[in-house]
Write a protein that binds this ligand. Structure first.
Ligand code: FAD
Length: 468
């Protein structure tokens, strides 16, 4: 399939209408169809995929086959505690519980559909390696083809304009296709339209601190679903915690596909134009992203050596250092001084920073910025001594917004007075409350799959009792 355009007549009435063609939408549509619902799924872009297919494809699961094979000791309790710790305990504990109690079955569900996961990685907020990489386009295609077998009608190039509410209940939406507006009646409607990383106006409204940050993510992720729900009084949560991700190459370049790299998590350091480190590089990349925005021009350099380069993994974009070298993004030099000069950094200060970083590791003194590990609580830091040395100019990018609609355990959207809006569900990046004040790698793809599936099931169950 590969996200090919899907056309056809739009049915006037369905059990479940799903808005969005990323992972959350696909999971919701399939789960609703598995429970017997008649489903219409719409995607406003010409092809499905959204941010899901642009992502690094890492899902956070615990207790998996891949972890067992790699000898990784993980547990649902540790996952749970890590998510809360990474979110600075600002997370809605009900949603963290929901994720943790359904992650294993969702992982099995995806694997049963044919989804395969590659080599595990430890990344932001993880006490143990639990980032499971997968080919996200293939994952969506697997979900879509099973959904098609069950009768899900998927339409691309169809935009949900606004929700229709009668007697307090959402009864469908007005869709726009080829310039024509069509009303579709639905027993339940699931908003899975992603976040608003691409909408500068909403970022300025909720996250003015991101003024220097770049923007990435699905081209259609401009907050449509949020605005539709707000029109009906929906509540929103976690907006103060919008963060950017560290590591994107901030200049136009064919080799940058929006993910950046995290050489810092394999042993590199981050230095600003003055040649100074400014953050414990093992912290979650959103925290590093904030610290980076406070540096001159919101930019810095990930500086590393050949030992770090050897940790390159072409299957995981954020660790594909060799790919970046081959595409000409990395600056390479025989000495730290030459590297600093080539990148416009203060040469003497950069050399002194690297020397001091190395000295403290060798002598066992505390790192000046408190760094102990490579990433989170995983891996030992090591001196940067093996030439050639590499530099990656790095900015902060808003990839995803994470904040969003207030939902309950059934993924029903709640209004500003705390009451559910009947007939309206949400899943994926549009949902707030789960991440709290920080983000663990893999929990957004994870959340899209887990909550998408649960939203589809809730929506199907509710629709079956609605007379239309
Ligand atoms: C570069 C990058 C790397 C990332 N890496 C990771 C990672 O490794 N792990 C992780 O957990 N997260 C990662 N993320 C975040 C993650 O990809 C997203 O949060 C997640 O995929 C969101 O899934 P979703 O289904 O909610 O939204 P999306 O996949 O964005 O899908 C939403 C879809 O809804 C459509 N839509 C919007 N409005 C309408 C409308 N009005 N009508 C119809 N359709 C509409 C959009 O066009 C879009 O296709 C990354 C994001 C980016 C950009």
């Amino acid at each position: 399939m590969g996200g090919a355009p899907v056309s056809g007549p739009i049915p006037p009435q369905v059990d479940v209408l799903v808005v969005g063609g990323g992972l959350a939408g696909h999971a919701a549509a399939l789960a609703a169809a598995e429970d017997g619902a008649v489903v219409l799924q719409v995607e406003k872009q010409p092809v499905t995929g959204g941010s899901t297919v642009l992502s690094a494809g890492l899902s956070a699961f615990a207790g998996t086959d891949e972890q067992a094979e790699a000898g990784v000791q993980d547990s649902v309790t540790l996952l749970h505690d890590d998510i809360l710790a990474t979110g600075f305990h600002k997370n809605d504990p009900r949603l963290v519980d929901l994720y943790c109690s359904h992650q294993a079955e969702t992982y099995r569900w995806l694997k049963a559909l044919g989804v395969r996961y590659g080599n595990l990685h430890a990344a932001a907020g993880q006490s143990v390696p639990r980032s499971h990489p997968t080919d996200t386009r293939r994952m969506l295609d697997l979900l879509a083809s099973r959904a098609a077998e069950l009768g899900v009608q998927l339409r691309t190039g169809v935009r949900a304009q606004h929700l229709v509410r009668e007697h307090g209940r959402v009864v469908g939406a007005v869709l726009e296709a080829s310039g024509t507006a069509v009303e579709v009646r639905a027993g339940s409607t699931v908003l899975a339209s992603g976040g608003f990383a691409r909408d500068r106006a909403l970022l300025d409204k909720f996250a003015p601190q991101m003024a220097l940050a770049l923007q990435a993510g699905g081209a259609g992720n401009v907050g449509d679903g949020l605005r539709m729900a707000w029109q009906l009084g929906a509540d929103v949560i976690d907006t103060p915690f919008i963060k950017g991700t560290y590591g994107i190459y901030p200049l136009p370049h064919d080799g940058e596909h929006g993910t950046g790299i995290h050489a810092i998590y394999k042993g590199g350091i981050a230095v600003n134009v003055h040649g100074k480190r400014f953050v414990d590089e093992s912290l979650p990349y959103k925290v590093v992203g904030d610290a980076n925005l406070a540096q001159p021009d919101g930019r810095s350099v990930q500086l590393f050596d050949s030992r770090v380069l050897r940790a390159s993994d072409a299957a995981v974009p954020i660790f594909d250092f060799e790919g970046r070298r081959d595409s000409g993004i990395l600056v390479e030099a025989d000495t730290v001084e030459e590297l600093a000069a080539a990148m416009g950094l203060d040469v003497a200060a950069t050399a002194a920073t690297v020397a001091e970083y190395n000295r403290r590791i060798r002598t066992g003194e505390h790192d000046e910025l408190g760094r102990v590990h490579l990433s989170g609580g995983v891996g030992e830091i090591f001196p940067l001594v093996e030439p050639p040395f590499y530099g990656h100019l790095s900015g902060t990018v808003v990839l995803a917004t994470y904040c969003g609609l207030v939902v309950d355990r059934a993924l029903r959207v709640h209004d500003v007075l705390g009451d559910p809006i009947d007939g309206l569900y949400a899943a994926g990046e549009i949902v707030g409350g789960f991440h709290g004040a920080g983000y663990m790698t893999g929990t957004s793809i994870g959340k899209a799959g887990i909550f998408g599936r649960l939203a589809g099931r809730s929506a199907a169950a509710a629709a079956s009792g609605v007379p239309r």
